[in-house]
Design a protein around this ligand. Sequence first.
Ligand SMILES: Nc1ncnc2c1ncn2[C@@H]1O[C@H](COP(=O)(O)OP(=O)(O)OP(=O)(O)O)[C@@H](O)[C@H]1O
Ligand SMILES: [Mg+2]
Length: 150
Amino acid sequence: MTLIRLPDLAATEQLGKRIAEALRPGDVVALTGGLGAGKTTLARAIIGALGYAGEVPSPSFAIIEVYDPPRIRLRVVHADFYRLEDPEEVEELGLDDYRADAALIAEWPEHAGGFTKELACLSVEIEILDNERVAIVEPGPDWLERGGWT
Ligand SMILES: Nc1ncnc2c1ncn2[C@@H]1O[C@H](COP(=O)(O)OP(=O)(O)OP(=O)(O)O)[C@@H](O)[C@H]1O
Ligand SMILES: [Mg+2]
């Protein structure tokens, strides 16, 4: 587990860059934390650092947004599962098909059953403590040899 202070947007940008540099197809970046914690902001930083120059809408309405090469270094599925009422709805969304050759960045992953059992899951919890954000990063086994997380 690694604690990273996110006092400002620049710090979130930097964390996004660090994650993007290590990101591979098959990965999950599971972003937890309450409403307004900064999950979409971090997802945008990752997608931007992967080379995507366009607008990145919050997936809170569409649930799933997909970014495909060549506009981005690798296929990314950005999802916000907040509105799911039952984790089984994930199958109806066709998430597994979207995820082929893609990295998944998931907001509210716990509403989709959570992905923490996947070996390639990087869990990032954003907490607001004393008016300052902190990211608690927990790497799954596949992340231990990359990114310098411990
Ligand atoms: N590190 C940071 N420092 C200061 N402000 C931040 C930081 N990260 C995010 N914010 C601000 O917090 C607000 C909410 O961010 P964001 O939309 O990313 O939250 P969220 O976790 O995705 O919320 P939701 O659960 O509604 O999807 C935005 O105005 C954003 O600019
Ligand atoms: Mg969001």
